[in-house]
Design a protein around this ligand. Structure first.
Ligand code: ZN
Length: 142
């Protein structure tokens, strides 16, 4: 297989999603201790989260606070506590990446892309198929 033609091949890590109980409590750690700047706070209703973003080079940290105990991040914190929730790979074509993943036998959470924070297209692969890590494809396509 020509690796360059693989739509799943990430160009870089777009962001790392970290589940926190409270943005208000977590943001000062990133700003005052690590010296980063929170440049956006955004609610993503679809995912029942409020997000806060920090840039580290090409990569971002996405803090996730649940807005609903039954939402995905609410349930994650209930089960596992705070911590790394997912890793997002930057790809050119999220739809193509999801299709390629599916045809490779990967179990998907999203069979078609949806809108995530920052108006990006996103789609998740199921951690059952990715050695325990929730993985997201993330890109600018629609
Ligand atoms: Zn994400």
């Amino acid at each position: 297989m020509n690796q360059d033609a693989n739509p799943m091949k990430p160009s870089h890590i777009e962001h790392i999603g970290i589940a926190v109980r409270s943005l208000e409590e977590a943001i000062p750690f990133y700003e005052k201790v690590l010296g980063l700047t929170c440049y956006a706070v955004e609610e993503v209703k679809d995912q029942k989260v409020k997000t806060a973003f920090f840039r580290i080079g090409q990569t971002k940290i996405e803090l996730l606070e649940s807005t609903d105990p039954e939402g995905p991040v609410g349930r994650f914190i209930e089960k596992k506590g705070e911590g790394i929730h997912h890793i997002a790979f930057a790809v050119e074509d999220v739809d193509g990446a999801l299709k390629e993943a599916e045809s490779s036998g990967v179990q998907l959470i999203d069979r078609v892309p949806r809108k995530g924070a920052e108006e990006l297209s996103i789609g998740f692969m199921h951690p059952k198929s990715t050695f325990g890590v929730l993985m997201e494809f993330c890109g600018k396509d629609s």
